[in-house]
Ligand binder design. Structure first.
Ligand code: AMP
Length: 118
């Protein structure tokens, strides 16, 4: 998949669309999902232009991969999810149901998240 720099997360990363950040570091940002499916529904987004997990793991540097994974854990911890548990999801491509073609991890918690696959 070719990276489309007009996707909504690219616009948020550029500052073209405002979105309050709940986490920011050298490699990633995190925001709250605009259409939350759980009491906590954060999105952790790499700053780099990667379409999905396949693209990211093929092209990103080790530092970017470590940075993004650390951010996922920190966002969950900061949201107080460690005790009750939570789910981390990344959708990839058509069969994965990916809507925004810029890699992101969903961090969902605050209630029992339910079946892994409907
Ligand atoms: P996915 O289906 O994995 O690509 O998920 C894309 C997610 O981005 C959906 O859960 C949307 O609700 C969310 N989303 C789309 N636009 C925005 C936005 N402007 N700010 C925050 N979340 C958004």
């Amino acid at each position: 998949m070719t990276y489309d720099s007009n996707n909504v997360f690219a616009k948020i990363l550029r500052g073209d669309i405002p979105a309050p950040k709940i986490h920011e570091d050298e490699h990633s940002i995190a925001i709250n999902d605009i259409n939350p499916r759980a009491p906590v529904h954060a999105l952790v987004i790499p700053r780099g232009a990667y379409t999905d997990i396949a693209d990211f793991t093929a092209r990103a540097s080790d530092a970017e991969i470590v940075g993004l994974m650390r951010a996922v854990g920190k966002v969950a911890r900061d949201a107080g999810l460690d005790a009750g548990g939570y789910r981390v999801i990344t959708n990839c491509g058509t069969n994965g149901g990916q809507e925004v073609p810029h890699l992101h991890f969903h961090v969902l918690g605050g209630r029992k998240i339910g079946r892994m696959v409907e």
